[in-house]
Ligand binder design. Structure first.
Ligand SMILES: C[S@@+](CC[C@H](N)C(=O)[O-])C[C@H]1O[C@@H](n2cnc3c(N)ncnc32)[C@H](O)[C@@H]1O
Length: 270
């Protein structure tokens, strides 16, 4: 049976930290074994020590596999619904009143796409009543979730918070790939509004002049120093009086930032 020694687990943690900034907790040992077992078998390796030797800085393909296997990608449409209500009812009208008719938003840890597509649905609804244009950018370090996001196909669990009227308008119901149920494919109208790309939050931010950045449920994996580094790398990409979203279970209390809290998990750049 495949097992992982303390030294091997430390080696895996070290590579994960260097690649993503995330520190794997001790409790993640079983997850590491479960997610990498198949890979070790494919490569005919009998121990994690042998696998760690492959994870050299120039082995991009294996490092990509490794990161894809170990990141946590849990997400669903309209997660933290109150933040979407605040976006729709307060932030978007404020931006329009200030004369902004071209709104740009970046979802910086977009996983399989539920978050940026939820933003695109909210803005599409808003744009029907207000004369605005908008663009959504969405990025993640995991190349596999980006590919899934582009396909835009979801199970029932992912869409459970989508109001029925919006589900009918912006999704096509199709037979599930496996089993008897149905799945939901995001409409082309919404897909066209979102551009996906790979980006590691530890690297310089490639986008500038964003009205809003969403960075929800990812800071939680970083320690204080990495969290501060990531937020400080993104802050210059937000316009003055622009907004920054984190999740309801995260905070910026322990880091230096010019962002001011205005609502649960929502900050304004001064
Ligand atoms: C739990 S998901 C959050 C998805 C969505 N934002 C939400 O709140 O529902 C966290 C995502 O962060 C991504 N991630 C982890 N470390 C990253 C890094 N250093 N750069 C970019 N994305 C990262 C993971 O691949 C994963 O898809």
């Amino acid at each position: 049976m495949l097992s992982i020694s303390d030294e091997e687990f430390e080696g895996i943690r070290r590579v994960m930290f260097a690649q993503t900034g995330a520190r794997l907790k001790e409790s993640k040992r079983p997850l590491v074994i479960a997610r990498l077992r198949k890979r070790l078998e494919e490569l005919n390796l009998s121990s994690f020590s042998q696998y760690i030797k492959l994870l050299t800085p120039n082995n991009d393909a294996e490092l990509e596999y490794f990161v894809n296997a170990l990141t946590t990608n849990e997400t669903f449409f309209f997660r933290h619904t109150m933040q979407f209500n605040y976006l729709y009812e307060v932030i978007l009208p404020t931006l329009v009143e200030s004369g902004n008719k071209k709104i740009e938003i970046w979802s910086g840890a977009s996983s399989t796409g539920e978050e940026p597509y939820s933003i695109a649905i909210a803005l599409t609804e808003f744009a029907k009543k207000n004369n605005i244009e908008f663009k959504i950018h969405a990025s993640d370090i995991n190349s596999e979730v980006i590919a899934e996001a582009k396909e835009g196909r979801y199970d029932q669990r992912a869409v459970k918070e989508v109001p029925e009227s919006l589900r009918k308008k912006y999704f096509k119901e199709v037979p599930a790939k496996r089993g008897d149920g149905v799945e939901y494919v995001v409409s082309d109208e919404i897909k066209r509004k979102v551009t996906f790309f790979e980006h590691n939050l530890q690297h310089t931010a490639p986008l500038k002049n964003m009205d809003i950045i969403f960075l929800r449920n990812v800071l939680i994996y970083f320690d204080k120093d990495i969290k501060e580094k990531v937020v400080n790398l993104l802050e210059p990409s937000i316009k003055p009086k622009g907004y920054f979203f984190i999740s309801l279970s995260e905070n910026l209390n322990d880091i230096r930032t010019g962002l001011k809290l205005i609502e649960s998990g929502i900050f304004i750049k001064q």
